[in-house]
Design a protein. Structure first.
Ligand SMILES: Cc1cc2nc3c(=O)[nH]c(=O)nc-3n(C[C@H](O)[C@H](O)[C@H](O)COP(=O)(O)OP(=O)(O)OC[C@H]3O[C@@H](n4cnc5c(N)ncnc54)[C@H](O)[C@@H]3O)c2cc1C
Length: 391
């Protein structure tokens, strides 16, 4: 059985940064980096540029195979199917078993799939990997009418991307306005102005069935309306890759403390998979951003090597979708009973702040001026109250 001091599962930005950090901090150690994708780490945030044929796939690579060889990081292209935390072993999909001292889970998520009849027809795509982007690029080349499903970050970027390629775009979302769970209706109206110049938008719509002879040609909504389409891109969220992990270590994701250690001291977590303890807000939360995954990878790698001088993770997440309309989300943005939103500007620039029960600003959204996210970030950092801002 192969043995490694440090095993990293998931070779995206979190896992690859962790491997690089471990190599720097423990030059003599032996490290395995296991990932099921064939490519070394690449810029996942830019796969849209490959789908639009603006970039070649290799232009997205952030590290080469030679880098891993030179740094003696043993890259294994395989899927981990189970992990035995007592025996400290894990099993690959080729049945190989590996022994570890410490393991980092950095497996991110996979695109959620539609389940309606017809969802397996050709021409229906998820959008999570470089291979997805290559498939979309090749399929849509000669297609004129494309439908996007989902009202999140991927959906709006697709609208921009496909309309810029001169395609006729349909957008199907469940909600009454875009990002309803994160943006006030006033913000939703601004987004509508942007969206409807680029797509036929179907709000409050659900798919009943997808039809076609071998490949998609029609979508039937639950309202009975039928939309003709030649392809469909689906962006309806992520399912975290935690199936192989012991259940007691997981909640929504792999639960880790501020040092990115799970309830098992030899199992660490970083990136989208990690449900980490946020020391700013004293609660567990998930990341879902590139900066988050990147920094967590480095910190987890460091902490795996230096148990006596561990660093804690803290970062106010921020996300700017790649759209010509500047949009920025900062800090906590998912509205719910414990978080209220207040619109403080709605002219040329829309500014919404999100406050907790103590009236402290814990997040916000800006449309029309993404540079303003720096101001919101400062408010979140300092825990300032809404009354102070308004006065
Ligand atoms: C199209 C798109 C656009 C985005 N745009 C932005 C943006 O503008 N800004 C931003 O901040 N974020 C953006 N994101 C999100 C960002 O890319 C993620 O937050 C980040 O990539 C997470 O990194 P990660 O290393 O945690 O996980 P991932 O990048 O998901 O990597 C995890 C890796 O683990 C592998 N894996 C999973 N399970 C196993 C297993 N059992 N065995 C072996 N390997 C496994 C996966 O195949 C994958 O390669 C975007 C995401 C997408 C898809």
């Amino acid at each position: 059985m192969a043995y490694y001091q440090y095993v990293i599962i998931g070779a995206g930005i979190a896992g690859s940064n962790a491997a690089a950090t471990i190599r720097k901090e423990a030059p003599e150690s032996n490290i395995a980096l296991i990932g099921e994708e064939q490519y070394p780490v690449y810029s996942r945030v830019n796969i849209g540029k490959v789908a639009a044929a603006h970039k070649q796939p290799e232009e997205l690579l952030l590290k080469t195979e030679a880098y891993f060889e030179q740094n003696t990081i043993h890259r294994i292209i395989a899927k981990v199917t189970s992990l035995d935390s007592e025996a400290k072993t894990l099993t690959l999909d080729n049945s190989e078993v590996l022994q570890y001292d410490k393991v980092l889970i950095a497996t991110g998520g996979r695109a959620r799939k539609l389940t309606q009849a017809g969802s397996d027809l050709a021409g229906i795509f998820s959008f999570q990997t470089l291979d997805d982007a290559i498939q979309v690029r090749d399929y849509i080349q000669d297609k004129k009418q494309i439908t996007i499903v989902g009202g999140g970050f991927i959906g709006i970027e697709f609208v921009e991307l496909l309309s810029s390629l001169g395609k006729t775009v349909n957008l199907i979302i469940r909600e009454d306005w875009y990002w309803k769970g994160m943006i006030d209706q006033i913000g939703g109206n601004i987004l509508h102005e942007y969206l409807h110049q680029r797509a036929n938008v179907y709000y409050k719509s659900e798919i009943q069935e997808i039809r076609g002879e071998g490949a998609i040609s029609e979508i039937v909504l639950t309202s009975g309306e039928v939309i003709s389409t030649e392809a469909m891109c689906v962006g309806i969220g992520l399912e975290l890759n935690k199936d192989f992990l012991p259940e007691h270590l997981c909640n929504r994701g792999l639960k880790v403390n501020q040092y990115l250690i799970s309830d098992n001291p030899d199992i660490f977590g970083a990136g989208d998979i990690a449900e980490y303890y946020d020391i700013l807000h004293n609660s567990y939360t998930g990341g879902g951003t590139w900066a988050n995954a990147s920094l967590q990878g480095m910190i987890a790698g460091y902490n795996m090597v230096h148990p006596d001088t561990m660093k804690s993770f803290s970062l106010i997440p921020a996300y700017c979708p790649k759209t010509s309309l500047p949009i920025a989300f900062v800090g906590s943005c998912r509205l719910g009973p414990e978080m209220q939103s207040i619109v403080i500007e709605q002219g040329d620039r829309y500014v919404q702040v999100n406050i907790n029960s103590q009236n402290q600003i814990i997040g916000g959204v800006v449309i029309g001026d993404s540079a303003y996210m720096g101001t919101i970030r400062k408010w979140v950092e300092t825990g300032i109250t809404i009354d102070t801002i308004v006065s």
